[in-house]
Design a protein around this ligand. Structure first.
Ligand code: GRF
Length: 215
């Protein structure tokens, strides 16, 4: 299965996918291209280290969302992409791209959707809010992308404990290490094995041996 990975930051989720392709469970997956939303991010170095083609496509260089979508579609055209993975990607994708890759775009969000998600909830902010609200359990969610922020069918979630001593940074790292970097590669694996179907707007895993993640 050919995938494109979209990045905007440090690329630790990209690295988790790279490592699973090289050493782990993603033996039938190939990262054909990395799309970066800006040029000064460590995720680009991670893709260069693996000789993965990388293109910077910055939304501010396009006059509108339709032109931006067209540039993204054009950039992927030659790679015959089966799945688009948003891995810490912070730019909004438009309806043209979403319908072109209908039910073939997944995103990792650093909270248990529908909590702490939606417009403005990205990066460290969900973790700041989790601590401010005093909740005991947070985690990460992989979901299919539709035209609203963090709103498409949920595929996998994994819960993580919140400790009273946590700072947002400590909590973010725990959520990334214990949840994001686990369920994103696992989601890609399930899709690569054709074990995921979207039925009545819900993602269904067709594998009796698979145990959905719980805390
Ligand atoms: C992190 O805040 C992560 O929780 C979210 O995107 C940000 C950057 O992730 N998914 P990455 O290190 O670039 O994968």
């Amino acid at each position: 299965m050919n995938i494109a990975v979209f990045v905007s930051g440090g690329g630790t989720n990209l690295q988790a996918i790279i490592d699973e392709v090289k050493f782990g469970s993603l033996t039938n997956v190939k990262i054909k291209i990395v799309i970066a939303s800006k040029d000064d991010i460590f995720a680009i170095k991670r893709s260069k280290n693996e000789n993965i083609p990388c293109k910077v496509i910055s939304k501010k260089e396009y006059s509108n969302l339709i032109e931006y979508d067209k540039a993204l579609i054009q950039a992927l055209k030659e790679y015959n992409i089966d799945l688009v993975v948003l891995a810490g990607f912070l730019s909004r994708i438009g309806s043209e791209f979403i319908s072109f890759y209908k039910n073939k775009i997944i995103n990792i969000h650093p909270s248990l959707i529908p909590a702490f998600c939606g417009n403005g909830m990205y990066g460290i902010i969900p973790h700041v809010e989790v601590i401010r609200k005093g909740v005991m359990i947070t985690g990460a969610t992989v979901h299919f992308v539709d035209e609203d922020y963090d709103n498409g069918p949920i595929l996998l979630q994994k819960a993580v404990r919140v400790f009273s001593s946590d700072t947002p940074q400590i909590l973010q790292k725990r959520v990334m290490d214990e949840a994001e970097h686990v369920i994103l590669p696992l989601s890609i694996k399930l899709i690569s094995e054709n074990k995921v179907k979207i039925i009545d707007g819900k993602a269904k895993i067709e594998d009796d041996d698979f145990i959905p993640y719980i805390v």
